[in-house]
Write a protein that binds this ligand. Structure first.
Ligand code: SAM
Length: 261
């Protein structure tokens, strides 16, 4: 029927994700530090340096970036800093898009403490990554980033298709997401213990919300492995360079990239 099984589970997931991020928005930044013992900052710095935003050839050329599921702005703010300061290129525009208005509201508030020149290179967009608005034209972006967002999407192939649509030929899709630590059984056992015991407990104690953090841990568990996810990116039409991903902290997180041919 019209309300096939997949459609129903997808909309249930979307509602659950909306509840979770509305609930965690205010405590999101503090909780990231606690849950990752601060390591998410190093991963995010590394992710952004590896993309080297603003390094156009020749330098100073415009660059259009979309940070999908951009939440409270961690990736977008770092990209602007890198483009303006490291590469001396203020001609970079970053759009933070997110499905959740509460997360975007925290991002907007935080952006007010950025230098004025960074603020004027930034815009916000409430949008579902699976159906980006047509105002983001086909073949219009140089870089598409999604950081710790894609595992929350109900329909990842649809989001990858949209990423492909909006990127220019030669444009880069870059994703950082939690991944698998299977190669290191002892570290994996410790990590699993931390995830399933400590994180929901910290969620309960600090954010007063055990269920949302339990959901986040389970969503990490369900996310495909490094190679499975790389194959999904290739399936969406992207070219893969080398093995297509880089493990961080033994695979706790991984960065995947694809290029639109
Ligand atoms: N990128 C930020 C970071 O790394 O700190 C935020 C990541 S946060 C864990 C995940 C974000 O994905 C949330 O802000 C949530 O609202 C957003 N999200 C979930 N489903 C989405 C969808 N279908 N489209 C766009 N954003 C979505």
């Amino acid at each position: 029927t019209h309300f096939g099984y997949e459609t129903v589970t997808e909309s249930v997931k979307q509602e659950r994700v909306a509840e979770v991020f509305t609930s965690v928005a205010e405590s999101y930044d503090k909780m990231n530090d606690l849950m990752s013992l601060g390591v998410h900052r190093l991963w995010k710095d590394h992710f952004v340096s590896s993309l080297n935003p603003g390094a156009t050839n020749p330098i100073g050329m415009p660059q259009r970036i979309l940070d999908v599921a951009g939440g409270t702005g961690d990736i977008a703010f770092r990209m602007l800093q890198h483009a303006h300061v490291n590469n001396g290129n203020p001609n970079v525009h970053v759009t933070i898009s997110d499905i959740n208005p509460a997360m975007l509201a925290v991002g907007k508030q935080r952006s007010l403490s950025l230098p004025a020149s960074h603020q004027s290179s930034l815009s916000f967009l409430e949008a579902n990554a699976e159906v980006l608005p047509k105002t983001i034209a086909d073949n219009s972006l140089d870089l598409y980033t999604v950081c710790f967002g894609i595992r929350n999407f109900s329909n990842m192939p649809a989001a990858l298709k949209e990423a492909y649509r909006v990127l220019k030929p030669g444009g880069i899709f870059a994703c950082m997401e939690f991944s698998k630590v299977d190669k290191y059984p002892i570290f994996n056992a410790i990590y699993k213990q931390w995830s399933f015991s400590a994180i929901p407990l910290i969620g309960q104690l600090v954010a007063g919300d055990r269920d949302s953090y339990q959901y986040l841990v389970e969503s990490i568990e369900r996310f495909p492995s490094q190679t499975e996810f790389r194959d999904m990116i290739a399936e969406a039409g992207f070219s893969i360079v080398g093995k297509g991903y880089e493990d961080l902290t033994g695979g706790v997180a991984a960065i995947h990239k694809g290029i639109k041919p």
